[in-house]
Design a protein around this ligand. Structure first.
Ligand code: MSP
Length: 518
């Protein structure tokens, strides 16, 4: 029997990894933020969800038991205001927007295992159980709240934090709120959090963002106002039903309500989450408030909060007023789903900020996807079509590939580094074609080169699948092999029945016949 060596994976569903060297398989629970439904999904939402999807798919490829959660955040003042503006009740309003999120995820090949809505009966029923636990720990008391509230961000600020009297985060108007409120004793968790960060160095990720959080926590934590009496659209505070829970406190609970906390099998199998993937602007809620709530409720905290960077568009912040908000459906229709997924993850490491431009997107599509990846498959299949002998030989190209390294990059959420490795291998395979000049070869010599190319493209097909699921499928279909797992990413005997199909990627040509966007 295998022993659970690391705390990293839960025992129970343990099996040998594809590399069978003591590395163990297990479960992998990854989440995205639940998105506000006051607006339709844009490239920022798509980025987080695609990145989480790639990681979830990678872990499935390894053989891990994966649970991938996304969903929508539907309560709070912001949504109530948007509903009123649309002349609908809040529930009618959220019901009318949620399909847009579900559709976009389907369109972008997102493989979430569950979609949580904070208006789900399950969520509304379980949140009070969590709050009860916190109350039983003596961490909730009644007080008077005075502060500045930014409705669009659903965030509270002190007078000192305001910049020119406006929200320091989004620079919009804030309003003065003064009312009776219940407070969560966040201040009690300062030492415990600092200790936790120290003993769990991977929790605050990426590392270069951890300092900011640690310093802020060291500066001191103020108790958090967690209820409102002025707002009706939310989950009632179980200890005093005149009050409604502050939307952030309720929303954070989605990560466990979706698993049927406390007794559900999913909770037992998948909690604690392996990764909460979030944008950097909501890092504080996930890295400080959420673990403090969990400590108080006696629930294990997640293993990692990874705060990724932000996209700008052609160098500018995306905003409705600038009219430069990128619609993911439009991008996928114009350039293909896989080219869009690829372009987002190829641009920069997950933690960094990046700038999106259609011009770069087209360059990547034309050069990296069509001219390198697509061409490699095309050349390989062209040779296969005109060769009738035995496909066999020594694996030469295998030296240019280190699957274990790619796997460990992915384990560390380095999707950028992993893509670099995969595309370096694609380049090496194309160079191999150029160097070997198979069009000049015959017989066994040609069979040998072809063997290397077929095995290389088969393995590339597997490795790109999490990033570009449709492309992985097409490669396997054209090579006439079943879709493999990570364990199949080694050179063996090629047993496929290759048949050339459609080109994997078409170069983008604009109306004037140029291969760029503008
Ligand atoms: N509802 C809260 C989250 C609650 S989680 C318990 C929320 N929703 S949101 O709709 O505003 O989504 C914010 C998230 O969308 C960011 O954290 C990030 O994941 C993604 N992005 C939104 N705009 C973005 C960019 N411009 N660039 C990258 N990602 C961004 O906050």
């Amino acid at each position: 029997m295998l022993i659970c060596l690391a705390q990293k994976y839960r025992c129970g569903s343990v099996a040998a990894s594809p590399f069978s060297d003591g590395d163990l398989l297990g479960k992998f629970y990854i989440t995205t933020p639940i998105y506000y439904v006051n607006d339709k999904p844009h490239i920022g939402h798509a980025y987080t969800t695609i990145a989480a999807d790639v990681l979830a798919r990678w872990h499935r490829l390894r053989g891990d038991d994966v649970f991938f959660l996304t969903g929508t955040d539907e309560h709070g003042e912001k949504i109530a205001a948007a509903a009123q503006k649309a002349g609908k009740t809040p529930k009618e309003f959220v019901d009318s927007i949620v399909p847009a999120f579900k559709n976009v995820w389907q369109k972008l090949d997102i493989s979430n295992d569950f979609f949580i809505r904070t208006t789900d009966e399950q969520h509304e029923r379980i949140v009070p159980l969590v709050i009860d636990k916190i109350a039983k720990s003596g961490d909730i008391y009644k007080g008077m709240y005075t502060g500045w509230y930014c409705v669009p961000d659903e965030s509270f600020w002190t007078e000192l934090q305001l910049v020119d009297g406006k929200c320091p985060e989004c620079h919009r108007e804030v309003k003065l709120v003064q009312e009776e409120s219940y407070f969560f004793r966040l201040s009690r968790y300062q030492d415990k959090l600092l200790q936790f960060y120290k003993t769990h160095p991977g929790f605050l990720s990426p590392k270069y963002r951890s300092k900011e959080i640690i310093n802020r926590v060291k500066d001191g934590l103020k108790d958090l106002s967690i209820t409102r009496t002025t707002l009706k659209w939310g989950v009632a505070f179980p200890q005093d039903k005149k009050h409604v829970l502050y939307v952030w406190v309720e929303a954070l609970c989605n990560y466990i309500t979706a698993l049927d906390y406390p007794d559900g099998q999913k909770f037992k199998t998948f909690w604690p989450a392996d990764v909460h993937l979030v944008g950097k602007e909501i890092n504080w809620f996930h890295s400080v408030i959420w673990p403090a709530m969990l400590f108080s409720a006696g629930i294990e905290p997640p293993k990692m909060v990874f705060a990724h960077g932000w996209w700008t568009m052609d160098g500018q912040k995306m905003s409705k007023s600038l009219g430069n908000v990128v619609d993911p459906i439009e991008m996928a229709d114009k350039y293909s789903v896989d080219a869009f997924r690829y372009a987002l993850l190829r641009e920069m490491p997950l933690g960094d900020d990046g700038d999106f431009s259609e011009k770069t997107m087209v360059t990547r599509l034309n050069n990296e996807l069509a001219a390198e990846l697509g061409n490699l498959l095309n050349r390989t299949l062209t040779i296969a079509e005109r060769y009738e002998g035995k496909v066999a030989g020594k694996p030469e190209l295998s030296e240019a590939l280190d699957v274990k390294k790619i796997d460990s990059l992915m384990e560390g959420l380095d999707t950028f580094g992993a893509l670099n490795e995969i595309f370096a291998f694609i380049k090496a395979a194309n160079k191999y074609v150029n160097d070997k000049e198979p069009w000049k070869l015959k017989g066994d010599e040609l069979g040998h080169v072809l063997y290397n190319l077929l095995e290389a493209t088969r393995i590339i097909g597997i490795l790109v699948t999490p990033f570009m699921p449709g492309t992985g499928e097409k490669i396997a279909a054209q090579l006439g092999v079943p879709q493999g797992t990570l364990g199949d990413c080694k050179f063996g005997a090629f047993a496929g029945k290759p048949k050339k199909g459609e080109l994997l990627f078409k170069k983008f040509v604009n109306a004037s016949g140029k291969t760029h966007a503008h």
